[in-house]
Design a protein around this ligand. Sequence first.
Ligand code: ASP
Ligand code: MG
Length: 418
Amino acid sequence: MPVLVMKFGGTSVADLARIENAAKKIQSEVARGYDVIVIVSAMSGKTNELIGWVETTSKLYDAREYDAVVASGENVTAGLLALRLQVMGIPARSWQGWQVPINTTSAHGSARFVAIPRANIVQKFGEGFKVAVVAGFQGVSPEGRITTLGRGGSDTTAVAFAAAFDAERCDIYTDVDGVYTTDPRITDKARKLDRIAYEEMLELASLGAKVLQTRSVELAMRYKVRLRVLSSFEDTDENSGTLVCDEDEIMESKVVSGVAYSRDEAKMTLVKVEDRPGIAAAIFGPLADAGVNVDMIVQNISELDSPTDKRAHTDMTFSCPVNQTARAQKAMEDARAAGLFTYASLVVDTDVAKVSVVGIGMRSHAGVAAKMFASLAAENVNIKVIATSEIKISVLIDRKYMELAVQALHDAFDLEKA
Ligand code: ASP
Ligand code: MG
């Protein structure tokens, strides 16, 4: 029997009525002849509540107990959905991570898959079960303890199962009907995409689009899992939603496919650090050790250099999430106190946002950057930092212009039209 993986996110299993709705969608796929593996999230809000209970009980909690508590949300939905399917006459059972077993590393709170043996679930399908309802987001460590994968991890569970079972497709049911050219809350011209390439989705997810966990897209790309994002709140068929797939399967050839943004960025500049071999390592090593997620980096010659000062200097600018600025600042001050390097001052700008355009078409088209900068200039938006990759251009701008910039770029690259 062909295998289909279906994943239901928190809002799609938010209460018993939503669970029944999910069961009906599963029923139609069983009727089409699939053996179905269903991955479920916790009911919406549940994981936050569980995390809150852990943090209230113990500030410096034992990560193994955190995982034991936080994984339980998915267990509840898996059991309830299996029960609902049984009531509808569909042979189904629930699976917790350790029962499959979903083997992960022992990095509690951010574990990674090691292996998902098929034997137990395959045997149950052989015995006549039609649906395996698997608790997402969790696994078991080599030590036999419950692990979790990090927030949004059920998407990654779903893709991992699709890869392990050679599923025909992995359908991610959520509360939006697909992947859009940009956030529809920012412009009503945002358009749902029928298809998007893995690489583009990966950039969009890591640049701030929240529809899929970034790791799930990485995994889908690596194992060529056809991934579909669709709404559990609508009637759907084989053509609904957005298919995330190989670029060969994409006819539509736009240079830019989407505009992403990330609101809560900060820009930090170390003014006048020595320009010598090892300086970047001396700065970014301590930042990494402090757990600061540095994104864009720019190094330029310091305006402060005087003709009489023989030593060369440089300014080093980087961006990071705004809630990590205090940590970054402390790491820099400590590194300076430890004699790793010197600087004249550290300038922190916490009112910036990142706006990016993404598209595989950029590989073969010149002029995308020029067009992007021109349309921001036309709106009088000042660009503070620029970073590019093969298929993306990001700019850091004042946060108050973020919406304006997204709208302007969406217009400039004609994303409204298919
Ligand atoms: N329930 C977990 C979370 O809220 C995992 C998931 O839903 O993907 O992060
Ligand atoms: Mg999610």
